[in-house]
Design a protein around this ligand. Structure first.
Ligand code: TMP
Length: 206
């Protein structure tokens, strides 16, 4: 028996940060030993790769470089943090994981899903999340929230159609794996979003 691996997904401005803080305290209240992390990032080296990926001045970056850097950061993150924690029977709560690669590099950039699947199998072996919570909101609402928050990074500077593809790809992924995915309507007031998440967690824990 190893720990459980939970991932949180969604487009820009869906409210991941506040909901992750909620999930973390919800699990801790249930005496679950949980490690919170994020992608791209999560380790010192993976955070350096994140900086390269998000730096808006890296305008020359082509899609394949972006894809491979995502998986390079992920390989390091898995080896250094995620797999050791799961082995120690800790739960891992990760802000984005490989579904984000399918959504952004597959849906958004148009890279073949089969290429992403090859890298997923190579880097992860058989490891997949046990539960993925998709926070879903329209692109209009999400982009408005994200732009109110900070200056856009390299990926946030993409156009509306890119984020529509990201959202549609996430919804298709959720439809294809109903046993792993739970979709939460993140356009609702925060307290309603959190009570929906609590229902999902209760069902998962029992
Ligand atoms: P964040 O803003 O949620 O921290 O995520 C950083 C950005 O990286 C966000 O725009 C989504 C993007 N991303 C990908 O394009 N592919 C991936 O595999 C991951 C993990 C994130």
């Amino acid at each position: 028996m190893s720990g459980k691996f939970i991932t949180i997904e969604g487009g820009e401005g869906v409210g991941k940060s506040s909901n992750i803080a909620f999930i973390l305290s919800y699990l801790k209240d249930k005496n679950i030993d949980v490690v919170s992390t994020r992608e791209p990032g999560g380790t010192e080296l993976s955070e350096k790769i994140r900086d390269l990926l998000l730096d808006a001045s890296n305008k020359a970056m082509v899609s394949d470089t972006e894809l491979l850097l995502m998986f390079a950061a992920r390989a390091q993150h898995l080896a250094e943090l995620i797999q050791p924690a799961l082995k120690e029977k800790k739960w891992v709560l990760c802000d984005r994981f490989t579904d984000a690669t399918y959504a952004y590099q597959g849906g958004g950039r148009g890279i073949a899903m089969s290429r992403i699947a090859d890298l997923e199998n190579w880097v992860q072996g058989s490891l997949r999340p046990d539960l993925t919570i998709l926070l879903d909101v329209s692109v209009e609402i999400g982009m408005k929230r994200a732009s109110d928050r900070s200056t856009p990074d390299r990926i946030e500077q993409e156009k509306h159609d890119f984020f529509e593809s990201v959202r549609n790809t996430y919804l298709k992924l959720a439809e294809a794996s109903p046993q792993r995915y739970r979709i939460v309507d993140a356009s609702q007031p925060l307290d309603k979003v959190q009570s929906d998440i609590a229902v999902v967690l209760d069902e998962f824990i029992k």
